[in-house]
Design a protein around this ligand. Structure first.
Ligand code: PMP
Length: 426
């Protein structure tokens, strides 16, 4: 149970057993929240961001300098001088918040300009901004489909896509991860002239894989005239020419109806956006409750995202740095004997067969000044786990070397502790 009297954690004193009606996942998260060593909400950033800073553990209030591998700020643009300058200028010009939705005058030229330039980069006629990536998916799926329609989702897609589908009441089907044959069987069984089908997938999934077979999935969907939405949250900015994403990299843009990304990862800001035909954008703006009834992105966040967007269109350097460090990291960890699975992207995930050992390693690495996270059930099979290290253009090869050395030491320490526990003791 929680030892600290820190106010942040008073509210978290919920026993996992006081919620017997919750799903197994909620029970597991409650367990983590109640466990001082594993609580995912216990770390706060005191200074710094993205790759390093002073991190504090709210339980014991001890600060420590750490190399950070847990944010999705892939290009490090949140710390770019020009991005910060433009965001500051926007605060001075417009104040802090827009105070209302887009339809009720919550727009600046930056909002309009971002929609225009994002559409141009992704090769679509138009685009629609939402206040977060989460609400962009909810708004796009629920704004386009109705209860007589069918949405067919890759089984590993983000929760926001499932929530959009639930909101509009469409029939929800899921296909096996990256499996076009399984998708085709579902399309065949659901096809009807009286309803719309939408297939939803991600360009790159967030658990350490490489690019998804988007072209193959899209061709399959189009055989049955289904609409396609590709979530590029983990690919926009560093795949494809000028960072336009996986759809551009796989030459499939024209066939994809909706290209979605978040502004909170490569663009270093906050917001979400969906590029599509003018008709589809008009429909989203007229029917998405997440668009119509929500305040729009703040002036500073919008100016930051627009400046980042322009930077990644015009400058290959950050992308190159990201891919250089990613390759170096994968090579060093593999040579040291860690199994990274099949991926090649910036999310690097050494696999572990024992989740409890993994949690102990994360804790021990933190004490050594390295902040990482553990991915466990339901993302991977029960009992197993992956250490997750999200590489960015702002990380250096020296950061990689220090992190690998800390992992090796942490694993040795944990192995020794486990060996000291007498057999049969839990
Ligand atoms: N889609 C995917 C694939 C994501 O990983 C995320 C965020 N983790 C989102 C959408 C939501 O984006 P945001 O956090 O900007 O709301």
């Amino acid at each position: 149970h929680i030892q600290s009297s820190h106010p942040t954690f008073q509210a978290a004193k919920v026993s996992a057993w006081s919620a017997p009606d919750k799903s197994k996942l909620v029970q597991e998260v409650l367990h983590l929240v109640n466990d001082q060593r594993r609580n995912p909400y216990s770390k706060v950033l005191r200074t710094g961001s993205a790759t390093r800073g002073m991190v504090a553990d709210a339980y014991n209030d001890e600060e420590q300098e750490a190399i950070i591998w847990t944010t999705n700020l892939y290009l490090g643009l949140n710390r770019d001088e020009e991005v910060i300058r433009e965001a500051t200028k926007a605060v001075q010009e417009f104040g802090t918040g827009m105070g209302t939705s887009a339809a009720a005058s919550g727009m600046t030229d930056h909002h309009l300009q971002f929609e225009k330039e994002f559409a141009e980069l992704t090769g679509k006629p138009s685009a629609c901004l939402f206040p977060t990536g989460y609400t962009a998916n909810v708004g796009a799926v629920a704004g386009i489909l109705g209860k007589n329609d069918v949405v067919i989702i890759d089984q590993l897609c983000h929760a926001s896509i499932v929530d959009g589908a639930r909101l509009c009441g469409a029939t929800i089907r899921s296909f096996q991860h990256n499996n076009a044959a399984d998708l085709e069987a579902i399309l065949k069984s659901e096809a009807s002239p009286y309803r719309t089908m939408m297939v939803v997938l991600e360009g790159v999934y967030s658990m350490g894989e490489g690019a998804a077979p988007v072209a193959e999935i899209v061709h399959t969907a189009k055989k049955y005239d289904a609409l396609v939405l590709v979530d590029e949250a983990h690919s926009f900015g560093f795949y494809g020419d000028r960072g336009a994403g996986i759809c551009a990299a796989q030459g499939i843009t024209e066939k994809v109806d909706f290209i979605m990304t978040t502004l909170s990862k490569a663009l270093g800001s906050l917001g979400g956006v969906v590029a599509a035909s003018q008709e589809h954008v008009d429909l989203m703006k007229s029917s998405s409750r997440a668009y119509i009834f929500q305040a729009s992105i703040s002036p500073a966040d919008m100016a930051a995202a627009l400046t980042s967007l322009r930077r990644l269109r015009s400058d290959d350097n950050l992308r190159q740095r990201l891919w250089d460090t990613t390759r170096y990291m994968r090579q060093q960890f593999t040579e040291a004997g860690y199994d990274l699975g099949t991926g090649d992207g910036p999310i690097v995930t050494p696999h572990f067969s024992n989740k409890d050992k993994l949690y102990a390693i994360v804790q021990s690495m933190y004490k050594r000044g390295i902040q990482t996270s553990a991915v466990t059930y339901p993302i991977v099979e029960s009992g197993r786990g992956r250490l997750r290290l999200i590489c960015s253009a702002a990380h250096t090869k020296e950061d990689v070397d220090k992190t690998l050395a800390a992992l090796i030491e942490a694993e040795r320490e944990v192995d020794e502790l486990l060996a000291a526990i007498p057999a049969g003791t839990e």
